[in-house]
Design a protein. Sequence first.
Length: 591
Amino acid sequence: MRGRIIYTLVGVVAITSCVAASLFYHGRSPDAGDTASKTKAEVAIESSLYLPDDEREYLWECEHHGNVLSEHGWRAVSKALQQLQADELVKTLAADFHGSVTESSEESRFENDFISIQRSVGAAHELRRTEFSEWLLTLRRAFDSNLAVQFATLSLAPASRSDLAGVWNGRCRLRISGQHEQQPREIFLAFNFTISEPTQEHLEAGAWWSDCEVTQVDSAESQDVLMREVAAERGLLLGTLHDNWTTKTGPRVVGTGGIYLCDFNRDGYTDVLVTEPLSIRSTFLYRGLPEGRFEDATYELRLPNVPDADHALFADIDNDGWEDLIFLGRAVFRNDSGNRFEDATHASNLTQLIIAAGTEGVSGTVVDYDRDGLIDVYITRADVSRFNQGSWIDGKSGAEENNQLLRNVGNGMFEDVTKAARAAGGERSAFTANWLDANDDGWPDVYVIHEFGAGALLVNQQDGTFAEQQIAEHSDDFGSMGLASGDVDNDGNIDVYVSNMYSKAGNRVMDNLSSKYYDTATMAKLRRMVAGSQLHINQGECKFEPTENRDDIAAVGWGWGSSLVDLNNDGWLDIHATCGFMSKERAKPDG
C-alpha cells in the first residue's frame, strides 16, 4: 500500500507542478524541529493549514486508480481500436452498457480549399453495447495509416468518497489521429463515463465500462500537413545551435536563446535574428529574400558575437528611421541605414540603466507610451534566482518591484521613470509584457503577466502615469510565461491571450479535494494554478471576459511563448501556442 502511494505521489507532484506542491506540502504534519521555537498559537495556526492523513490518502487513491485505468483500461480500448478488434472492444463494455452520442443538434463548421473542421454537440442518440462499439470503430475506420489513439482522463472519483470499491465516475477526452489516403486527419471526443472500481483485476477481467455519454465530437482533415520544417531549405542554417539532446558536454539548460523579427534594411522582407549564448557563435542575423528565403548576413553587417546575448529587441532609439539592435543589458548597435550595425553601447545609457536593476531573466518591449514621437523601452524580469522564495498562494515572487519603464529623452539616451509612472507592476515574476490600447482611448496600456498569480493591466492615464487593475475579476492567470494580444473577434477591441500552466492531474486533484479544508478564496487560487491558458475578450472600457470555449483554449500544456496570427489568411486571428518543458526522455516530450 505504502509503495503504491509513494508511486502515485511522485507522479502527481511531477505533473501537477505548483498545486500538488502546495497541497502535499501542507499535508505534512509539523514535527518537533518545526515547532520548537514557535508559540502554541503559531503552531495552531500552521496546523490548520495541513491536510489530515485520510484526505491525503483519498487524493492519492484517486490518482493511483487513474494511473491503473490508463495502464490497464484505456490502453486495452486503444489497442482494440487501433487493430479494429471488435470482440476485444466489446469485452471492455458491461453487458448492460448504456451509451449516448451526439446527433449534431448544434453543429459548427469551418471549411476552405485546404482544411475542413466540424464540431458536433447537443442531442443524444442512445446506443447499446455492440452499437456503441461499432460507432467507435466507424470513427477509427476513417484512418488508414500513422494511427495514434490517446485517452486523457480529466476527472475521476468514486461515486461515494467512502466506497472506493463501488462505481467510479469521470470525464475523458479521446484523440484519434493519423492519415486517410495520405491526408492528415484527427478526431476528438469528449465524454463522461461510469466504470467499476479501476483495479488491475477488474480491468483485465473485462466488462468494466458501464456508461458513456459523448458530449462533443470534433473532426478535422486537410489536404496536407498545416506546417512543416523548412528552415534549412529556406536558408536558415541552424545546425550549430545548442541542442540539449545532442550536446555531449556542458549543461542542459531551459533557455537557449531567442528569435526576433525585423526589417532592418527596409526592403519589405522580414529578417530574422537568432541568439544562442551557449554556442561558439552567439548571434545569427539572416536577411530576408524573395520567396521566403534567407541568407546569413551576420559578418557582412559587422555584427560581432556578444557574450551571453540571449535577450534582444529591435527599436529605433535614435529616431533616424532605422531599427537599432539592443542586446538587453549587454550592448547597443546602431543601424547605419541598413548597411551595417555600429557598436553604440557607450553612446547610450540604456545598457547601464538595465544593468543597474539586474540582467537575469530579462526581456523587453518597445512603445511610445507618452506619444512624444520617441520609442521607449519597458523591461520585465522573471524571478529566476529567487524562484524558491516566491509564494503561489500569496501571488508574490521572491523579487521586489523589478520591472523598468525607460523613457527615451532623445539621442539614444533614457531615463528610468518606473516609480514616477507607477509602472513597476508589483512583486511579479514577469516573463514578458504586451502593449495594447485596452480602452480604445488612443493611449497605449500594458499588460504584465505573472508566474505566481494574476497579471496586472496598467492603464495609461495620459499624464505619464499608469493605474493598475486586474484584467478580470476571476482571472485564471497562473504560471504565465507567454502573452499575445489582438482582435480575435474583429469587434475593434484588442483581446489578450495568456499562456498559463495546465495540468490534467492537477485538475483531478482539485476536483477531489474537499472544500472544507480551505476557504473559498484559497480554493479558487489553487484551482487557478492548474486551469491553463486563457483568452480574455475585451468588452470595451478595460472590461475583459474569458471565452466560453474554455477547455479548448486552456488545455495546451505547460504554456510558453504564444502568438495571435492569421495563419490561413482568412481575416481572423488564430492562436499558435507552444508548450512543453525539458523532457527527461526524447521519446516522451512534455506538454
